[in-house]
Design a protein around this ligand. Sequence first.
Ligand code: NAI
Ligand code: UGA
Length: 469
Amino acid sequence: MVNKTHPIRRICCIGAGYVGGPTMAMIAKQCPDIDVRVVDINEHRIAQWNSDTLPIYEPGLTEIVQQCRGKNLTFTTAVEESIRNADMVFISVNTPTKTFGVGAGRAANLEFVEKCARQIADVSEGHKIVVEKSTLPVRTAEAVKRILSNSNNNATFDVLSNPEFLAEGTAIEDLLDPDRVLIGGESPDAIQALVDVYARWVPRERLLTTNLWSSELSKLTANAFLAQRVSSINAISALCEATEADVDEVAAAIGSDSRIGPKFLKASVGFGGSCFQKDILNLVYLCEYFGLPEVAEYWEQVVKMNDFQKKRFVTRMVRTMFNTVSDKKIAIWGFAFKKDTNDTRESASIYVCRDLLLEKARLCIYDPRVGEQQIRQELEYVFAEADGELSDSKRRLIHDHVTVAVSCEEAAEQAHAVALLTEWDEFAKLDFAKVLDSMKKPAFLFDGRNKLKNLDLAKKGFEYYGIGF
Ligand SMILES: NC(=O)C1=CN([C@@H]2O[C@H](COP(=O)(O)OP(=O)(O)OC[C@H]3O[C@@H](n4cnc5c(N)ncnc54)[C@H](O)[C@@H]3O)[C@@H](O)[C@H]2O)C=CC1
Ligand SMILES: O=C(O)[C@H]1O[C@H](OP(=O)(O)OP(=O)(O)OC[C@H]2O[C@@H](n3ccc(=O)[nH]c3=O)[C@H](O)[C@@H]2O)[C@H](O)[C@@H](O)[C@@H]1O
């Protein structure tokens, strides 16, 4: 159906999530001659993509979607038809950590990727390029190729790996001006076809081409290195608190060494997000699988340090508040895993809230982009048993001890403490005299992002504690 060296005219992306949606919107914007179809089995999500309120919050995304939707960008549940008509099919489905069976808690669950590959094999005709956009364990393309080789209609395929490096909250900036786009593959024609798509707006020298396995492994490695930097500075933050050093000063001092660099050295209550932990655990699993237990242990420490940092934050709160937070009202400012996103997956807030609830604190949670239902779902999920069931006692604990506020001020009203857990800019713009006035005294403020550090809140009457000083 498609000549191997033809330019790409029709793209189908399976998975309308945080990656599929923005990535395809950017391709549609930059390539008006390419018809881009984003498909998903989740009807609700597709309906949201077709509405005025997109399923994900990402600065700049709505404008691009509105510009292209109805022209060369379509969101649809017509999965098979869209695959059949495409020259190039991106697989951008979720690859969560396995929760059952072999590799549970570590390996990536590739069920959804495999289903996509089977569906592509079933419905395709002629020749197609299949692009792995999801983050996958190294050597996954081998399995994808084997599945595709059993096509119903003798279709032929090239498989490429094109991992995505965007960060949430800055997805549009990252897609518009990426440090690099990585394309791994075996067929020079297929690689060139994808290079030609990105070359419409990304300078050629930033389009890196590698073999399949390097590309797959580079994605896991990039996330592992990034997360390692956060865990490293967080480890140092604990030492700073014990020694009167200031972690932000240490970060600035080491970051000005050009070999270290200043980015990703912000100490925090711990990294969150759907990928860092998942991808490192996946790397750990792979290392164990390939008989490299020392390498596995080395990387696992990054996740352990992150867990320690979240626990340490709660322990410090409890100790500071006279060793008990039972029945104390604590305002939680921020539930998303970072600012400028509505994503709460693996957010440090979830774990801080869980541990405070186990101490029987009363939580009043506010996040500018996360609604009550999502907050309650995350808390129910974190308290669920291994079989996914929530016990009555835990349901009651959440029900009786959690309220959700519509503003920071409301959350802080009559609170014994505030815990700032997401670095939303609006938190630094509050009238802190008013906040102080409304709180119980001493008014404790635990800043898990050092967001308010420069506001001299200690001088203004708060008992102010940050990270790493
Ligand atoms: N969230 C992020 O910032 C980044 C994520 N990634 C990777 O990209 C991949 C996707 O991540 P997200 O977009 O965050 O996931 P997501 O969970 O937001 O979206 C995945 C979508 O795929 C759909 N889906 C699953 N199976 C399907 C099937 N058989 N047919 C049609 N639709 C199907 C789901 O319904 C869901 O809407 C993951 O591998 C992730 O590790 C990579 C870079 C950044
Ligand atoms: O594969 C992925 O999913 C993506 O994961 C991260 O992106 P993301 O998780 O969206 O956001 P980051 O900006 O990396 O932040 C991750 C977490 O680390 C925390 N963080 C980050 C940087 C820092 O200095 N300190 C710190 O605590 C953030 O608050 C957040 O909780 C990577 O930055 C992306 O390149 C990658 O594509």
